[in-house]
Design a protein around this ligand. Sequence first.
Ligand SMILES: [Zn+2]
Length: 371
Amino acid sequence: MKNPNGHEIIQLFEQFSPKGLAMEGDKIGLQIGRLNKKVERVMIALDVLENVIDEAIEKNVQLIIAHHPIIYRPLKNVLTDTTEGKMVEKLLKHDIAVYAAHTNLDVAKGGVNDLLAEALGLEDAEVLVPTFETQLNKLVIYVPASHAEKIRSVLGDIGAGFIGKYSHCSFSASGTGRFLPGDHTHPYVGRIGQIEEVEEVRIETIIPEPLLKKTIAAMIKAHPYEEVAYDVYPLENKGEVLGLGRIGKIKEITLAEFAEKVKEALDVSIVRVVGDLTAKVKKVAVLGGDGNKYFMSAKFKGADVYVTGDIYYHTAHDALMQGLNMIDPGHNVEKVMKKGLTKVLQKLCQESGYSVEILPSAANTEPFQFI
Ligand SMILES: [Zn+2]
């Protein structure tokens, strides 16, 4: 097991939730502190408030990964006799770094919206509001015939070669490779200063951009040659569509029954409901956070009910006019990401052999009380 530094942990995390998925102008990434230090404990939080910082200090955490950015509007100053200033001071004094993954974590596969859809039991969930299309690449590798099978399985296991519901897709053709090993080389076959001919296989496969670096690294590790010949071509083919919110199906029940289900599934004591409580609902759209501006997407995609936070009075009126039922369980239900992301990062760290503890913040950051 290896003791990772902050950079190594964030590199892993960004394979899951790449920065490139964030909406324009969003405040994401490292916001406070530094990553070039040993990290033994990471805490996953929804918000970074004073109670969360105190918890991090108490639990000896070196890095907080939060969904909501701690610095959202530009800071004009850091005055340590104000609450905001004190928070920054505490974090710096205790050398606790804060990294924010906001809309990129909403969009990410397995991120906030998938976690919400899963909690609500949505089946065949699809993206509600597309925001991103994955770039596809063709990867071509030249490998001696003896190692072709090994390379193909490395590629397939990492997730290269996905076409629709088919995995491990690749194409191979045999040919002859030639090379002349120069001075100070250690060729796998052949001799220094002599042109060598080898029976090689050209393997082609397709790879989504987020997997490219990881795949090339694994392929080079498995390849017998000192210098590996490979090509990467960007493709025009359409990649996977990612985005905000999810829409899927549940077993048909009434709006009132579904509202009860939402309370239980998302661990809240009340929800606000817009629409006819006796209406049957089957197709459900969900969007974490403030989803006011996307309610028409839910309507267009045929949702019977739209679950989102921070619904405005006027959005509720508009939805009623459109005949769209809505349920507002509050913005804080995004807390589902604390445990969800903890599991994801634990798994990634384990796979990389990192000795680090990942824990969800236990602090409550719901500002509202319901009486
Ligand atoms: Zn949010």
